[in-house]
Every structure is written in structure tokens, then in C-alpha cells.
Design a protein. Structure first.
Length: 384
């Protein structure tokens, strides 16, 4: 009985919030009428995108309310309202999410009344079920009905607010377009880095090597001692050029990944970072390797995060966790006693990290409150 009372009380709270939202929706009709008149009059066309944004916020609040009751998140699929007034107007009208929200609003005007009418059932249920179940030892009648109404209201809201396949496709296309742009930017930056490293390092050493060999050839007959010295210098120059080339190759795909795998490569990074780094790889499970691109991205994330921690955090310690998930690979890097306050636009490398991960359709979450610590969590999808 008490379990039923508690669940009915929670259902009543859900219905009360839903009823408040329903009353707000009835008042919102005025805003819709003003928008409709302004849009028809053309001069008020700018009202439509703003109204659509407001509707999105209302629908978002309803999604959160419904998810709090059902425990299942309702996804959103909206196209961004940006650009000129004409572009915003065109997006607001053509976005499938606008039709979804409007359809829900119209339906909510109707079934929202059911929510309002169900509120008095709570005191009635306490009295009726108190006698029926408490004194006569029968199963409660009214209180389970309150829970059923809350379930029904949540089911209807979920069905109406769930994005249509067309909206989900439009959002996915927009995400892929942004990801492609980030991948192109990351690829361009990588090419420029390689070109710079080759030009400033290996190429300069190879030019100096060629000059020394030429001088040695000219000095060989008349001054063998000078020629021998120049050849010794040329050998040193060749070794420097090889070192530079190895560094360039290591930046493209570290050979240690091929030799030791991701776990071994990350442990080597931790050992050479200058910090006290604890590596937790227990979540990697069986020795099944991720695709090379995924391993390279994970290695880059750990290397960049540990470099940032050593340079900016002020913390002597850091933690790295590698976890194999059902959908891919999770990488978590955090300093233990850092000062926090990391920002993407401050030269910390976070933007490059985000672009590299986005190119693989992954996600990056950065938590860095002022006072620390800074925690970077990356999800990289892959098939094991």
C-alpha cells in the first residue's frame, strides 16, 4: 500500500508540473497569434524564428520532464537558426523539428486537459483507497489510476516529441558536414605541420649535407684532412636528418603504436611525461586491438592532455584510464591537483584534439572548473 502511495505521489507531482505547462501552453496561444499575424503582414517575418526558438525551449522542457518520469531520454533534432533574417526564416519553416513541436503543441492543448482533470484524483484516492485498502484490505483502486494517467501522458508526449526520421536525417547530415569541415581543417593543419617540420628540420639538414659532401669532393685531392673532416660532419648531418625524419613519421603514426599497441604506447607516454601518471587499462579487457586510426587518435589525446597537464595545470600527478566499451573506446585523462580553467581558444590544443576526434565521429567532453581539476573524456566509436 505504501509503495503505491509513494508512486502515486510521484505521479501526481509529474502531473502537476505537466498541468502547469499545459496552462502555459494555453497562454502561449496569444504569442502564436501575434506571430501568425506578423508573418502574414511580412513586416513581422522576423518574429517566426524567435517564436520557433521559444517553442524549442518549451518542447525541451517537456522532454526533460517526460524523461524524468520514464527514465528514457527523448533526443532533439533541430537545425540551427543562424544567418540573416531570411535564412533564419527559411530554416524555421523548413526544419522538420518545427513541425514536430507544433504537432505536439496542438495535441497538448487536448490531452493537457486530461492532466488537469486528473489532479483532484490525489485527495480522492487517499480517502477512497484509505478506506478500501486500509480498512477492507482490498487492492487500491484510485491511486494506481493516477500512475496510469501519468504513464499515458508520458507515452503520448514521447511519441509526439520524438524526432521524425526526416529530422534525424537532417541533423545527421548537418553533423557530418560539420565533422567533414573539422576533418579537413585538422588534415590541413597536419599537412602544414609536416611541411614545416620537413622544411625547417630534415630539408635544412639535407641541404647542409649536400653542401658538405660537395666541399669534401672538391677538397679531396688537395686537402685530404679537410675532406675527411667535412665527411665526418656530413655523417653527423645525415644522422640529424634521419632523426628529423623519424620525428615527422612519429607525428603521423607513432611506430610505438605498431610495436606495443595502445596500452604500451600510453604507458611509455606516461613514463616520459615528467608527471606521476597512473594508467588504468583494466577496462581494455581482452587483447583485441582497435583500428589504427582509433589508436592514433587515442594516443594523440593522451599525449596532448599530458602535455597540457605538465605545462599548465601545476599538478605533479595525473591519471589516464582506457576502457573498452560496447560501442568503442573511452579515454579519460585528468590532472589530480590542477588549477583548472582550460579553454579551447587559449592555445591548449583542445581544438585540435576535438577536430581529430570528430573526424572519427567521436565526442570530447572537457571539465575544467576554475580551481580544477581538468578532466578530458573522449569516446571513439569502433567495432571490436
Amino acid at each position: 500500500m505504501w509503495k503505491t502511495v509513494r508512486r502515486a505521489a510521484r505521479a501526481t507531482g509529474h502531473l502537476l508540473l505537466a498541468a502547469v505547462m499545459a496552462f502555459g501552453m494555453y497562454i502561449f496561444v496569444t504569442v502564436l497569434l501575434i506571430t501568425a499575424v506578423g508573418t502574414l503582414a511580412v513586416v513581422g517575418a522576423w518574429l517566426l524564428p524567435e517564436t520557433v526558438l521559444l517553442i524549442r525551449r518549451i518542447a525541451g522542457a517537456k522532454r526533460q520532464l517526460t524523461a524524468a518520469w520514464t527514465g528514457v531520454r527523448i533526443p532533439e533534432a533541430y537545425q540551427p537558426l543562424t544567418g540573416t533574417v531570411r535564412e533564419r526564416f527559411r530554416t524555421a519553416v523548413g526544419d522538420p523539428g518545427t513541425l514536430t513541436d507544433f504537432r505536439w503543441m496542438v495535441a497538448y492543448y487536448l490531452y493537457g486537459a486530461l492532466v488537469v482533470l486528473a489532479l483532484p484524483l490525489w485527495p480522492v484516492g487517499l480517502v477512497v483507497d484509505g478506506v478500501w485498502a486500509g480498512l477492507l484490505r482490498q487492492k487500491p483502486l484510485v491511486l494506481p489510476l493516477i500512475v496510469r494517467i501519468a504513464d499515458l501522458e508520458a507515452d503520448w508526449s514521447t511519441a509526439l516529441l520524438k524526432p521524425s526520421p526526416k529530422a534525424q536525417l537532417a541533423r545527421r547530415v548537418a553533423e557530418l558536414a560539420a565533422t567533414r569541415a573539422d576533418a579537413i581543417a585538422a588534415h590541413g593543419a597536419e599537412l602544414r605541420r609536416i611541411e614545416r617540420d620537413l622544411h625547417d628540420g630534415a630539408q635544412a639538414n639535407l641541404v647542409a649535407l649536400s653542401m658538405r659532401i660537395g666541399l669534401a669532393k672538391r677538397a679531396y685531392e688537395r686537402d685530404p684532412e679537410t675532406a675527411r673532416r667535412l665527411l665526418d660532419e656530413a655523417q653527423d648531418q645525415a644522422e640529424q636528418a634521419l632523426t628529423e625524419l623519424r620525428n615527422v613519421v612519429r607525428g603521423i603514426h607513432p611506430p610505438i603504436l605498431t610495436d606495443r599497441g595502445l596500452v604500451g604506447a600510453v604507458r611509455a607516454l606516461a613514463a616520459s611525461s615528467g608527471l606521476q601518471v597512473v594508467v588504468d587499462d583494466a577496462g581494455m579487457g581482452e587483447e583485441v586491438r582497435a583500428p589504427a586510426a582509433v589508436e592514433a587518435a587515442a594516443y594523440f589525446v593522451v599525449a596532448e592532455a599530458l602535455t597540457n597537464a605538465a605545462k599548465y595545470s601545476g599538478s605533479p600527478r595525473a591519471e589516464v584510464a582506457l576502457t573498452r566499451t560496447r560501442r568503442g573506446l573511452r579515454v579519460r585523462v585528468g590532472d589530480v591537483e590542477g588549477r583548472g580553467g582550460a579553454e579551447e581558444g587559449s592555445g591548449s590544443g583542445l581544438l585540435g584534439m576535438r577536430r581529430r576526434v570528430a573526424a572519427l565521429d567521436g565526442t570530447v567532453e572537457v571539465s575544467s572548473p576554475v580551481g580544477g581539476p581538468t578532466v578530458i573524456e573522449v569516446e571513439l566509436p569502433c567495432v571490436w
